[in-house]
Design a protein around this ligand. Structure first.
Ligand SMILES: Nc1ncnc2c1ncn2[C@@H]1O[C@H](COP(=O)(O)OP(=O)(O)OP(=O)(O)O)[C@@H](O)[C@H]1O
Ligand SMILES: [Mg+2]
Length: 401
């Protein structure tokens, strides 16, 4: 075929120019209008997939959407949820759309607040929302490498396990380090003996939290010479630390109290309890955290003790609440479970005196239902199909038959 002849046909579908609407001819190729249309459609389809993907991401890393999700699962703690949502959105924006010539520092998160008020729950819920691998590690069980116990890199092994062995997926995950206050330095003076479980662990955590490549045994388990190793970069792993920091309020109070010396000596004598939302890095250093450690946790989230109304909502409103859980358990034995409003209030009252936060609700419900749950067989034999928990039953659980 001569070159002129060749250019009378579409190079893609080989149709003659007379049989198509238009044939666009280049130096040595030609394309017909039908093929152009096909290509345009293909490109448009692809664009719309990319667009819908990025729209989904936008929703995902938008703080108000994160907060909305948290609101369904975590009661109260409003300002903590706002601060946390912004920190999480920023972290995942940074690692999903890494800037080319700008270095955005990594910011880990520290959650401070009383026991049973939702620290672990907040972290767990955020991970669930983001659908990223998540593990809870206990700071008290960690030791420096070389000492008896789990070294800090074991947390990364756990995370890889949670990611089903996929190291790349684990590199976007969240590690929640619980009881971080328990690895505070014992005293402000440095001693000659090494503080293996406190300051030593804080030191060991520094590199990991900031971002380092760690080598962990492939397939989980402990390190052993000659075993296959897996490299995991921790630079995009988000570390959330949580601790009750008992006594921190006094440190904050003393600082604030001290600053008012000039206004009258008598104020200084009064014990002022500080507000956790006013915590400064200095207060945490006084508590026994080393400054380098605190410096790597740029967002501090303070949570409060749950009040009566909030505890009631934890009991009955929140998704997967304890009442629904026990209703379900008893329904397996064909028994209907009900609580009167007074009973619920009494449970909350008892819980407030226990000072164990929402954790106490679980203990209280278990206590109330124990005799009934033990005797479900007997109830069934006697045609008792409904348990109505009243205030009296909460004060003194009694068998119905
Ligand atoms: N704000 C909350 N909203 C709903 N449920 C809550 C809330 N706080 C606590 N709970 C319930 O109480 C349980 C204990 O909470 P969580 O483990 O988050 O406490 P924590 O603050 O981590 O306490 P600790 O300092 O003892 O580890 C959770 O499983 C959850 O069911
Ligand atoms: Mg916890």
């Amino acid at each position: 075929m001569t070159s002129e002849n060749k250019l009378s046909y579409c190079s893609f579908c080989n149709t003659h120019k007379d049989k198509v609407k238009k044939l666009i001819v280049g130096d040595d190729v030609a394309i017909c209008s039908d093929c152009i249309e096909l290509c345009t459609n293909l490109i448009e389809d692809e664009n719309s997939v990319v667009e819908s993907q990025s729209k989904e991401e936008e929703v995902k890393y938008d703080p108000s959407s994160i907060k909305e999700y948290l609101d369904v699962h975590v009661i109260g703690q409003d300002s903590a949820k706002t601060v946390l949502s912004v920190a999480i959105a920023n972290h995942y924006k940074r690692i999903t759309y890494p800037p080319k010539d700008l270095d955005i520092a990594k910011g880990n998160v520290l959650i401070i607040g009383p026991t049973g008020s939702g620290k672990t729950l907040l972290a767990k819920t955020v991970a669930k929302y983001l659908k990223v691998p998540f593990v809870v590690a206990d700071a008290t069980s960690l030791t420096e490498a070389g000492y008896v116990g789990d070294d800090v890199e074991s947390m990364i092994s756990m995370l890889v396990n949670a990611a089903g062995g996929d190291a790349r997926l684990a590199e976007r995950g969240i590690v929640f380090v619980d009881e971080i206050d328990k690895i505070a330095r014992r005293s402000e003076s440095t001693s000659i003996t090494r503080d293996v479980s406190g300051e030593g662990v804080q030191q060991a955590l520094l590199k990991l939290v900031e971002g380092t490549v760690c080598r962990i045994p492939a397939g989980g388990g402990r390190k052993h010479p000659g075993g296959d190793m897996l490299e995991v970069n921790t630079k995009n792993i988000l570390f959330i630390s949580g601790g009750a920091f008992v006594g921190l309020k006094d440190i904050i109070g003393n600082r604030k109290n001290g600053s008012t010396i000039g206004f009258g000596a008598d104020i200084k004598d009064k014990k002022v309890e500080g507000d956790l939302t006013e915590v400064t890095p200095d207060d945490l250093t006084k508590y026994g955290m080393i400054p380098e450690f605190i410096g790597r946790f740029t967002t501090t989230v303070s949570i409060k003790e749950l009040n009566k109304e909030e505890l009631l909502r934890v009991l009955t409103e929140v998704k997967n609440n304890y009442i629904d859980q026990y209703k379900y358990l008893l329904s397996i034995d064909d028994i209907k479970l009900e609580f009167t409003d007074e009973a619920l209030e009494q449970i909350v009252e008892n819980c407030l005196t226990l000072k164990t936060g929402a954790r106490g609700l679980h203990t209280e419900i278990e206590r109330c239902l124990m005799p009934h749950m033990f005797n479900t067989k007997k109830y069934r034999e006697n045609n008792v199909t409904e348990i109505n928990i009243t205030r009296e039953q909460v004060l003194e659980p009694k068998l119905l038959i």
